[in-house]
Design a protein around this ligand. Structure first.
Ligand code: CAA
Length: 248
């Protein structure tokens, strides 16, 4: 059987790169989606990965735009093949207290982190249901579950991501397609590096494991959810947060 094809949006980022590697190790043909303005970065990333023995495809697409997401999916299907796995990992922060938040900071986060789930998933879901197999994993955040000072935009988008997973999971369940959410805590990437050092230290002090997570610790779970043997897991949310927020 030909390798299944996985698209990881935000695939050249901190968590995204680890997901690409995990899925490649598990035998998927992996396409890393990237923001069009980051073309040079994406090409560099692809070369660096190749030099380390990892062959990835890359595909350009602004996930906050439906048209661009459509073009990205069409490009992948025509160049590489049908998409069997989608990991919605692209995301940004624009942290500000609510009283200082400008409309463009609200919109940028909602469109990149939440509209993107509609924009990209809409392109791939029919193919998955027609073929009778598919895996969709949405990367949310602990801050969607518990809220975070300075992140009304991000917390709203990330909470919305799991609502999306639960609803879509029901619509595609009979067709062999699963839809799940992973909610990482504070993971050591450029995104968390941007938090002021003293704020970050205060947050890490609240983590029972007393450290930040690694991208690989998130990617491992993505790999499991994309396995054939995870076919009965759907509409679920998994926390990878070192104990920062516990729920069931
Ligand atoms: N709880 C209560 N009060 C707080 C607070 C908190 N967590 N943080 C700050 N404050 C208080 C300050 O003490 C200060 O009080 P005074 O006005 O009485 O002095 C006031 O709020 C500061 O308000 P400002 O509007 O001036 O805010 P600021 O500009 O200093 O900082 C911020 C705002 C940059 C958003 C800052 O709160 C911050 O960095 N928050 C953390 C955001 C965060 O965790 N982002 C995660 C990014 S990574 C990610 O998102 C990945 C993931 O999924 C986990």
């Amino acid at each position: 059987m030909a390798a299944r094809i996985a698209l990881v949006t935000g695939g050249i980022g901190g968590i995204g790169s680890a997901i690409c590697l995990e899925l490649a190790e598990r035998g998927f043909k992996v396409v890393a989606g990237y923001y069009p303005a980051e073309k040079d970065l994406a090409e560099e990333w692809q070369k660096k990965q190749a030099a380390e023995g990892h062959e990835f495809e890359i595909a350009s697409g602004d996930v906050s735009s439906f048209e661009d997401s459509q073009k990205m999916a069409q490009d992948i299907v025509s160049r590489i093949g049908p998409i069997d796995v989608l990991v919605n990992c692209a995301g940004i922060t624009r942290d500000k207290t609510f009283k200082k938040m400008e409309p463009d900071q609200w919109r940028a986060v909602i469109s990149t982190n939440l509209d993107s789930l509609f924009n990209v998933t809409r392109q791939v879901v029919d193919g998955m249901t027609e073929r009778g197999w598919g895996r969709i994993v949405n990367i949310s955040s602990v801050n969607g579950q518990r809220g975070q000072f300075g992140q009304t935009n991000y917390s709203a988008a990330k909470a919305g991501a799991h609502g999306f997973s639960m609803a879509l999971a029901q619509e595609v369940a009979r067709k062999g397609v699963t839809v799940n959410t992973i909610s990482p805590g504070y993971i050591a990437t450029e995104m968390t590096q941007a938090i002021a050092e003293e704020v970050r230290a205060q947050i890490v002090a609240q983590v029972p494991m007393a450290r930040m997570g690694t991208p690989e610790e998130v990617a491992y779970l993505v790999g499991i959810l994309c396995d054939d043997r995870a076919g009965y897991i759907t509409g679920a949310n998994y926390e990878v947060n070192g104990g920062l927020f516990m729920s069931f």
